[in-house]
Design a protein around this ligand. Structure first.
Ligand SMILES: [Zn+2]
Length: 79
């Protein structure tokens, strides 16, 4: 009788330990690296195209989508 109680108690403790281990384990989330969102967009002063700020060409306080548009928009740029 006592032996049976001991076995039941041992199983109960084992179950509790396993459940605690499972509960404390951090959830596995194999998410892909987050895509950068909300990146600043700027408008080309020449053609009006919106482009990411890190790819924009800056000149004279204006932003351009390409070096060609910067050249075309600058005074005396058209040769
Ligand atoms: Zn442009």
């Amino acid at each position: 009788m006592f032996r049976t109680l001991l076995i039941v108690a041992a199983i109960a403790v084992a179950v509790l330990l396993v459940r605690r281990l499972l509960a404390t384990r951090p959830p596995r989330e194999d998410k892909p690296p987050r895509v950068q969102q909300g990146r600043d967009m700027v408008r080309c002063a020449h053609c009006g195209l919106h482009i990411p700020a890190n790819t924009a060409v800056h000149a004279g306080g204006k932003t351009y989508c390409s070096d060609e548009h910067r050249r075309l928009d600058q005074p005396g740029g058209e040769d």
